[in-house]
Design a protein around this ligand. Structure first.
Ligand SMILES: [Zn+2]
Length: 158
């Protein structure tokens, strides 16, 4: 089956209708089907949407950023955290030095202890995407070989 390169704009909201993210005013997202570049539940429902169409796509948490895992919440001593200044519930920071280090969220502060939550901030959240499908075309041989799209047009470098 031919794989497509799909370009779309999106506005993402949580179940309370709060704006979480949007591509409006910026560049649309371009992805290669089957490359795992966007969340599974969104890609499933974008398949077959025609260019120019606007549609609302609901993705349950399990097919978005996953369900929450309580074992990902750990209690650590405040003094051991590499964070200067005051900590507040809801603060996020990276554990470790490189950009692939996990991001944790301060879930609670109890005396000298801090509860750190390593769940993705959107774990357990059902997502609603308002999508405008901008373009869809068959992937080129190079894109299939490389496993990523070469821009909306297919002519950009990698
Ligand atoms: Zn490439």
């Amino acid at each position: 089956m031919a794989r497509n390169v799909v370009t779309f704009h999106y506005t993402l909201r949580d179940p309370q209708g709060r704006l979480l993210d949007t591509s409006t005013g910026g560049d649309p997202i371009t992805y290669l089907e089957g490359a795992g570049m966007i969340i599974e539940g969104l890609e499933e429902q974008l398949t077959g949407v025609s260019p120019g169409a606007k549609t609302r796509i609901s993705v349950p948490a399990a097919k978005a950023y996953g369900l929450r895992d309580d074992s990902q919440v750990q209690r650590v001593l405040r003094a051991l955290l590499p964070v200067e200044g005051e900590l507040r519930v809801g603060d996020q920071f990276q554990i470790g030095d490189d950009r692939f280090s996990p991001t944790v969220t301060v879930a609670g502060i109890e005396g000298d202890d801090v509860l750190l939550d390593a769940n993705h901030p959107l774990a357990g959240v059902d997502l609603t995407f308002d999508v405008e499908l901008v373009a869809s075309r068959t992937a080129t041989d190079d894109e299939l070989k490389h496993g990523h799209p070469h821009g909306a047009s297919g002519t950009e470098g990698c």
